[in-house]
Design a protein around this ligand. Structure first.
Ligand SMILES: [Cu+2]
Length: 244
């Protein structure tokens, strides 16, 4: 349903959408019920000429029920939300399916840099491809990302994948995604990370295997073969600075 408003382009996007829908329906139901009861009570007990105001302590059992019964029902609805929420969180954040490919994602004020294996399929070799602001991936392929930050806390977010993961300086955080729809989607930083935070945008291009292979060939320079690969973080910084 939410796909009508925001493209879903990863295998777990619909799990997140289902969770949002569940929360919206249950919370929406209780919102409507609570507002309806409140307005009904306001109308029923409105000021009337000659009728003194009742003094209600709320301690009588038949009055306490107005709090206890909805309270229990709301707690039951909380359970209906929390159980699938934990399952979704577990399946996305705790389970790490075996990767087909790995990409390195480096956040810094205020750019995203990416490193991935070149045509040889092996990371940290001379034909690695390093890009800034744009990540190319292959459709229907499970990717692990190794997320790191050069400076402050950032958050790597791809709304179309329903993916969001904080990047913390000093740590490499591994996560995964599996794009299942060809297209170009936004990459955003979703942690306020300084003056240029709003400019810290990128894009991810999900390609067919043929297009991705062609892109790899176009972008891995044979001139670099035989050279020592530069450390990812240094290269990312240089490229980001060059772009400023
Ligand atoms: Cu940011």
């Amino acid at each position: 349903m939410l796909e009508r408003y925001s493209t879903a382009a990863s295998t777990y996007a619909h799990w997140i959408d289902y969770q949002f829908l569940l929360i919206a329906v249950l919370v929406g139901f209780w919102l409507i019920v609570a507002e309806a009861v409140m307005f009904w009570l306001i109308f029923k007990f409105r000021a009337k000429d000659g009728l003194p105001t009742q003094y209600i302590t709320g301690e009588e059992t038949h009055l306490k029920r107005w709090i206890t019964i909805p309270h229990i029902l709301v707690i039951l609805c909380d359970l209906v939300i929390i159980v699938p929420a934990i399952m979704v969180w577990y399946n996305i954040k705790q389970v790490l399916p075996p990767p087909d490919e790995t990409v390195r994602v480096i956040a810094q004020q205020w750019a995203w840099s990416f490193q991935q294996a070149g045509p040889d399929g092996v990371m940290d070799t001379a034909d690695d491809i390093r890009t800034v602001g744009e990540l190319h991936v292959k459709v229907n392929t499970t990717y692990h990302f190794e997320l790191m930050s050069r400076d402050v806390v950032h958050s790597f977010a791809i709304p179309a994948f329903r993916l969001k993961q904080d990047a913390l300086p000093g740590r490499t955080i591994v996560g995964w995604f599996r794009p299942n729809r060809v297209g170009t989607y936004d990459i955003q930083c979703t942690q306020m990370c300084g003056l240029g935070h709003a400019l810290m945008a990128g894009r991810i291009v999900v390609e067919t295997p043929q297009d991705h292979a062609a892109w790899l060939l176009r972008n891995s320079s044979p001139a670099v073969s035989g050279q020592q690969p530069a450390p990812a973080m240094d290269t990312a910084m240089t490229m980001a600075e060059a772009r400023r």
